[in-house]
Design a protein around this ligand. Structure first.
Ligand code: ARG
Length: 403
């Protein structure tokens, strides 16, 4: 019996060559292509996959699942890898892996395959995710193993096997795009001193060329779910994210340029565009800061956001830790209600207003006007007690003028 493999297939040159290469090695290849909001027409994918040798080609629209099960919990966690990156690529890998495993079971395949290289994070994320869901499946990574020593050799092989190689000069960058944004690597970006060339960007305008008038937008949350933009309700979360990318992108919001620490030990220059991701993470945090007591809010910031970012980046989506952290953020989500008002202007998304039906801001407590209801005497005694340990310490250590 032929060995059967489910391949994560993008339709690009690498994964098409993989189809052929695996077929040559005696595998029966079934391709899987997910629509995660990469904004590409996928109609021609099955034809392409079959031309390369696939026995079956599956195309699957999983945008809503990606939005609800992956983007939403990430937003709630507040995760930004190294305080900057919205984790867009890291987020899609576990879902694609889950689909590969489901198909492996359905088609009785013992193997799944991906097109990641040996020096990136994605290989790790695919493989850890697959094993977490089915430890018996074997994962193949042909790009890591094959004999081609250069791009030219690969193209040579493609041509020999009738795999179409685009004649048009492609952009000299590597892209990964989904609902949560775009990751851009390689080419000129490898010079970390050089400003990213304008042609690298896909979904944001240069802030310099953004409209001269600011635009105000309002994002509404109900029980921790973004449900409306500017009063327009969305039933489909993916669509809300999609539209936010467009609105933010138009104002040049969401560009990230960083040198990040990859899991495999390399530092690499990464450029991202993630307008919706950044806006939603900021908006959610703003409502949390309003509805949570200080203790819970600070705990969230120090104990949840960063560990969550690291675990997602490091391929541990299907871990107990992620489930436990999600339980924490779900608990909080039940009271995240309200509206955040942004001013978008030439690359910035500034929060200029917020409100919540269960917010903890009481003007009568905060005000410096005669309406003030705060007990100032209480402030005095509180300060005395709070400062006592420092005072005692200073005395014991003979600080001060009297010694
Ligand atoms: N460095 C980012 C990450 O590890 C982006 C990876 C982009 N992947 C790609 N195949 N171009 O999450």
């Amino acid at each position: 019996m032929k060995k059967r493999v489910i391949l994560a297939y993008s339709g690009g040159l690498d994964t098409s060559v993989i189809v052929r290469w695996l077929t040559d090695k005696g595998f029966e290849v079934i391709t899987y292509t997910a629509d995660v909001g990469q904004g590409e027409e996928l109609d021609e994918i099955p034809e392409k996959a079959k031309a390369a040798g696939a026995v079956e080609a599956i195309v699957d629209d999983i945008k809503e699942e990606f939005a609800r099960q992956y983007c939403l919990p990430l937003m709630r966690s507040g995760a930004l890898y190294e305080n900057r990156y919205t984790l867009l690529s890291a987020l899609s890998r576990p879902l694609i892996s889950k689909k590969l495993v489901e198909l492996a079971h359905k088609y009785n395949a013992h193997y799944v395959a991906h097109g990641s290289t040996g020096k990136g994070n994605d290989q790790v994320r695919f493989e850890t995710s697959v094993w977490a869901l089915d430890p018996d499946i074997e994962v193949l990574a042909p790009v890591r193993d094959w004999e081609f020593k250069s791009r030219d050799e690969e193209i040579e092989y493609a041509k020999k096997h009738g795999i179409p190689v685009k004649a048009t000069k492609e952009k000299p960058y590597s892209y990964d795009r989904n609902l949560w944004g775009v990751a851009i690597e390689a080419g000129d970006l490898e010079d970390i001193w050089k400003e990213p060339p304008e042609d690298a960007f896909e979904i944001t305008v240069n802030p310099q060329n953004a409209p001269d008038q600011p635009e105000y937008i309002e994002i509404e949350f109900e029980k921790g779910i973004p449900v409306a933009v500017n009063g327009k309700k969305y039933n489909e979360l993916w669509k809300l994210i999609w539209d936010l990318n467009e609105i933010g992108g138009k104002h040049g919001v969401g560009r990230i340029d960083m040198v990040e620490n990859r899991l495999v030990g390399i530092k690499s220059r990464e450029v991202y565009e993630s307008p919706a991701g950044l806006i939603l993470i900021k908006a959610y945090d703003e409502i949390e800061s309003l509805v949570l007591d200080r203790f819970t809010y600070h705990y969230k910031l120090t104990h949840i956001a960063q560990p969550y970012a690291d675990l997602v980046y490091n391929g541990l989506w299907f871990s107990k830790l992620r489930e436990a952290l999600d339980a924490f953020t779900s608990e909080i989500a039940s009271i995240v209600n309200g509206i955040v008002r942004f001013k978008l202007y030439k690359g910035s998304a500034q929060i200029v207003g917020r409100k919540s039906p269960n917010g903890l801001y009481f003007e009568k407590l905060a005000t410096y006007s005669p309406e003030d209801e705060f007990d100032h005497k209480a402030g005095e005694y509180f300060t005395k007690v709070w400062g006592l340990p420092l005072k005692v310490f200073a005395k014991a250590n003979k600080k001060g003028i009297d010694k």
